[in-house]
Design a binder for this molecule. Structure first.
Ligand code: AHR
Length: 522
């Protein structure tokens, strides 16, 4: 593989790159730009029947020796409560378009088995179904987001599923009651298929658009439950998909999805999650920062041209890093470790999402446990929190706060790799976002991706004086550092003393390879 960092450049002449390996960035309020509320659902999760995401990750069953509440692991429940999970997408992913919900309700011993064709041919026993998922959402206090089977299911199956979950009375409600749940659940989000251009049926957007209209018609609002219907959207650079979806479906959708992975290639090796070189690291930073920004800008511009009022939301309902499966893990289960590099990717991506909340109302990192860029990894009765988890935890004050648009002057680098030649990217070393909470305090979130240099970031927030509270840093000596079952606390947040407020400016001395969050009380 030919990885290279092409150049390190100063984007603005005002920026000095000093000889003592300290860079400087300067940040101010962007004039004339309006900040929008950062929907808490930007911090959404995704639980797919894939590998040990559900079985072993979230669910062990009531009879398990692993401490659990009604079958859900206690350690994972607590970890997810601590990051205030706002919404959970389920049952897939590719799995959704082969899932037949009727197989997952009723007495567990009677539920038929199926082969999980997408993910390693594992036999799925359907012991985690609609009740288990929606009850989990209630336990976590999060919104459920249920993906319907458009690829291999029927309109009738979809219509009945919505009725089963949300109607007070009628044949489906009767069946639900027989299965032990008297009251309907509140289900807001339904996805009409997943990746319908690929594993969800290999359709053309022209065909899918009509299917969407048909399926969505029969997803009814029962008894005060109001559905938010989401069209299966594009991946990465497929702007035509978004264009035709907006033209042919338009405001019949409440939202349109987008999938974007920080992934070197779709065929062949994606590279190790814990063994990579500097160039591979910087390429990932550029892909999740500049690359994601370009993709969001283009999809949003298309949506704006059809829907200037922003009625159709964009939901990045799969994102995150995708590396090779861990050696020794089961093929097709997409189990990967999660290192400091992943934490930087999470911070760069979240900082960007904060800036798009006029259009982007939800994102769902893939996946919550044991798959791709997970929050937690589990092994038997052990659980580790990943560096990505800690970024999510540190960023929770931004939920429902108002984004503060910023203008940033900082050094950049350019990265490319031979498998992604069309996309050489110039990326900043430093990514920053800020938001104002309802109580008037300001949350500042900064990531310094530089592996060697500190970066002194001067932030002018337009406040004369302020006190700094809740200052945390996530950093580690090496970009490959990660938490293991043997050493679960290698990477974890520490309190941070490198920030001060002087002459009306916040000065943050960012260590190399670090994520810092601060609350500033004016
Ligand atoms: O997250 C893994 C898979 O990636 C999902 O099932 C699918 O939607 C996407 O291709």
């Amino acid at each position: 593989m030919n990885w290279r960092i092409l150049a390190v450049t100063a984007m603005m002449t005002a920026v000095t790159v000093s000889a003592d390996a300290q860079k400087k960035s300067s940040v101010g309020l962007a004039s004339g730009e309006q900040g929008y509320t950062i929907s808490k659902e930007i911090y959404g999760q995704f639980a797919e029947h894939l590998g040990s995401c559900i079985y072993g990750g979230l669910w062990v069953g009531k009879d398990s020796p692993i401490p659990n509440t009604q079958g859900y692991r206690n350690d994972v429940l607590q970890a997810l409560r601590d990051i205030k999970v706002p919404v959970m997408r389920w049952p897939g992913g590719c799995f959704a378009d082969e899932y037949h919900w009727m197989d997952g309700v009723g007495p567990q011993e009677n539920r038929p088995r199926m082969v999980n064709n997408n993910w390693g041919g594992t036999v799925e026993d359907n012991s985690f179904g609609t009740h288990e998922f929606l009850n989990l959402c209630e336990l976590l206090g999060c919104e459920p987001y249920v993906s319907m089977n458009v690829g291999s299911g029927t309109v009738e199956e979809t219509a009945k599923w919505v009725e089963y979950m949300t109607a007070k009375d009628g044949p489906m409600a009767k069946l639900r009651k027989q299965n032990g749940r008297e009251q309907p659940w509140k289900v807001k989000y339904v996805g009409i298929g997943n990746e319908s251009w690929g594993c969800g049926g290999n359709m053309r957007i022209e065909f899918y658009s009509d299917l969407y209209r048909r399926y969505a018609t029969y997803c009814r609002d029962y008894d005060g439950n109001k559905l938010f219907k989401i069209g299966s959207g594009a991946s990465d650079y497929d702007y035509n998909w978004t264009e035709v979806a907006m033209k042919q479906i338009g405001t019949r959708m409440h939202g349109l999805s987008l999938h974007y992975y920080t992934c070197y290639t779709w065929d062949g090796s994606k590279g190790s999650a814990t063994n990579f070189n500097d160039d591979q690291y910087y390429w990932a930073v550029a892909k999740c920062g500049t690359g994601l920004k370009e993709v969001l800008d283009k999809h949003v511009a298309i949506m704006d041209s059809y829907d200037s009022r922003g009625r159709v939301k964009l939901l990045v309902d799969e994102w995150g890093t995708w590396w090779d499966e861990e050696p020794g893990s089961i093929r097709g289960h997409l189990y990967q470790q999660n290192a400091m590099r992943d934490a930087i990717v999470a911070a760069f991506s979240l900082n960007l999402f904060h800036q798009y909340t006029k259009r982007v109302s939800m994102t769902n990192i893939a996946q919550v446990a044991n798959v791709l860029q997970s929050m937690v990894l589990t092994k038997d009765d052990k659980m580790v929190l990943t560096p990505t988890y800690y970024v999510f935890k540190m960023y929770t004050p931004n939920m429902e706060a108002q984004n503060i648009p910023l203008s940033v002057q900082t050094d950049t680098f350019t990265a490319e790799n031979e498998r992604d030649k069309d996309h050489p990217r110039q990326s900043p070393f430093v990514s920053i976002s800020a938001s104002r909470s309802k109580d008037g305090s300001i949350n500042v979130n900064i990531a310094n991706a530089d592996l060697k240099d500190t970066n002194e970031v001067t932030v002018d927030l337009g406040v004369a004086s302020a006190s700094i509270q809740n200052a945390l840093v996530l950093t580690s000596g090496d970009m490959k550092d990660h938490n293991t079952f043997e050493n679960p606390d290698k990477v974890k947040p520490q309190s941070f003393s490198g920030a001060s407020f002087k002459n009306g400016k916040l000065i943050v001395k960012m260590p190399p390879l670090s994520v810092v969050t601060l609350t500033v009380k004016p």
